[in-house]
Design a protein around this ligand. Structure first.
Ligand code: 5AD
Ligand code: SF4
Length: 471
């Protein structure tokens, strides 16, 4: 192993759980019903981390609220991928000044990727005095201990941020949002150092959880009625490489597929450089593996991909998509695209449009490049104006929306198996769910049951969703 893997012992986690009990006893004397709010920004990894924070808070006896005025503890789990998110987070933290004035006992904590950056931690120390606790991405497992430090001396502010290569902590309590769908982290960190991206700096090196821990968690989820498990990692395709057990992500998929029960396995995110024929064949052979892959392309220009350090060419990417579709004709492919990377010319951008037209993604998450300090791209000359970047972004979005709309329209008339996972927010419909390929469906039919697979006849579509009736 090239990096330092720090495994947190069972004893250390037990100590955190003992602290939870202490906090609960202390709260019992102070409140009739203590309330906490956990606010999450960013990706699914952060959602999964927030479930662990909620798990600890639940052990401390907290119930949850979405109202910052009544919360005794507020935890904001932050994202650093784009500047826009950071600005929004800081704005929202600043706005808590008035709730804290009304309730000076309120504890405000910040954690996650944004605060893991040194300049941000400094900024919060200096300019956001209302924040009592800041903990980095490697300290989540000891949140109870840090919270207790704040509680024991309300004049003290606690900052716990260490630059570490990789912490693995098993056995944390987990308060999941839904019993039907679950996030399951299989690995943490990233080694790819795409030149625009801050993630490798704030999340540390790639480290895989042991297969037996993952399988035990997946089995417990399925036995508890979970029907849809999404395996998470910044780059799941490099799963296992650091373990030296001769096991890769495709092997892991097969083992999870062997767990008895009716459920779906999804995963994200996949780096194209590590997506192999073996992975696609395994997906095709495993009946529980959803026919969906999120395969971020980022750009359709060979030069830009090189400058991004993505280590594949547009041709290689397209060949990969062709291979995947050959093995799974009904595969849904989604992607991420960055517009306006430093030095992107009009010609580079046209290459991206051409790739999008050629691949015809089912959906794409599109972003305007955001400069992240400390990354190599931040030092690259970037002469293109904001207006031009916005224009390119709008053109790309219009193209992709048209494609997404056409792809969705092609489902109309078909009967699809849908996992019903929530009530619909669309007035005309009763429930909502996801197809095997992950497409959102609003369903008419009062007899549908939450957490069950249902046959739905697709009767309409939009850019973002399908509409259908229970068969
Ligand atoms: N600017 C814009 N988009 C970014 N992403 C990552 N870093 C940046 C950045 N600096 C996008 C990538 C990635 C997705 C999660 O966020 O497309 O796949
Ligand atoms: Fe960032 Fe690239 Fe790692 Fe994804 S693979 S987290 S874009 S460095």
């Amino acid at each position: 192993m090239a990096y330092k893997r720090t495994e947190i012992s069972e004893r250390d986690i037990q100590r955190q759980l003992d602290i939870c009990k202490r906090i609960k006893e202390r709260n019992d004397g102070l409140y009739s019903s203590p309330l906490a709010m956990v606010d999450t920004y960013g990706c699914q990894q952060n959602e999964a981390d927030s479930e662990k924070i909620r798990g600890y808070l639940r052990e401390m006896g907290y119930s949850f609220t979405q109202n910052e005025e009544e919360a005794d503890v507020i935890v904001i789990n932050t994202c650093a991928v784009r500047e826009h998110a950071e600005m929004r987070i800081l704005g929202n933290v600043g706005a808590l000044n008035h709730t804290k004035k009304k309730n000076p006992n309120q504890i405000i904590a910040l954690c996650g990727c944004m605060v893991q950056q040194e300049h941000m931690a400094e900024k919060i120390k200096r300019s956001f005095r209302l924040v009592d606790l800041v903990f980095g991405t490697h300290e989540l497992w000891r949140f109870p201990e840090l919270l207790e430090q704040v509680m024991s001396d309300r004049k003290k502010r606690v900052f716990a941020i260490r630059d570490m290569e990789g912490v693995i902590a098993e056995g944390l309590p987990h308060a999941r949002d839904s019993g039907i769908k679950a996030w399951l982290s299989v690995m943490y960190g990233c080694n790819n150092f795409c030149t625009y991206c801050v993630v490798p700096y704030v999340r540390g090196r790639e480290r895989s959880r042991l297969p037996e821990d993952i399988l035990a968690e997946a089995k417990a989820l399925v036995e508890g009625g979970c029907k849809d498990i999404t395996l998470l990692g910044q780059n799941v395709n490099s799963y296992g490489r650091d373990l030296g057990m001769g096991m890769d992500f495709a092997d892991l998929l097969r083992q999870i597929n062997d767990i008895p029960g009716e459920f779906l396995i999804r995963f994200m995110t996949s780096h194209p450089k590590d997506a192999t024929e073996k992975l696609f064949r395994t997906m095709a052979e495993c009946e529980k593996c959803a026919r969906h892959i999120h395969l971020p392309v980022q750009s359709g220009s060979a030069g830009i991909l090189k400058a991004m350090n993505r280590v594949y060419t547009p041709e290689q990417y397209m060949a990969l998509v062709d291979l995947a579709r050959e093995l799974m004709p009904d595969l849904v492919i989604t992607t991420d695209i960055i517009v306006g990377f430093p030095g992107e010319t009009q010609e580079d951008f046209e290459d991206t449009l051409r790739l999008v037209e050629r691949v015809r993604f089912d959906a794409a998450f599109t972003f305007i490049y955001s400069k992240r300090s400390g990354t190599p791209a931040a030092k690259m000359p970037d002469p293109v104006t904001r207006e031009e970047k916005q224009e390119r972004f709008d053109r790309l979005l219009a193209l992709q929306n048209a494609i997404s709309g056409e792809k969705h329209a092609a489902y109309v008339g078909k009967v699809m198996k849908v996992l019903v996972d929530d009530v619909s927010e669309d007035e005309r419909c009763d429930f909502r769910g996801r197809t095997n390929g992950g497409r959102l469906v609003h369903i008419k039919g009062e007899d549908a049951a939450l957490g069950e697979f249902a046959d739905v006849k697709i009767t309409g579509s939009s850019t973002w969703a399908l509409f259908g009736e229970l068969v």
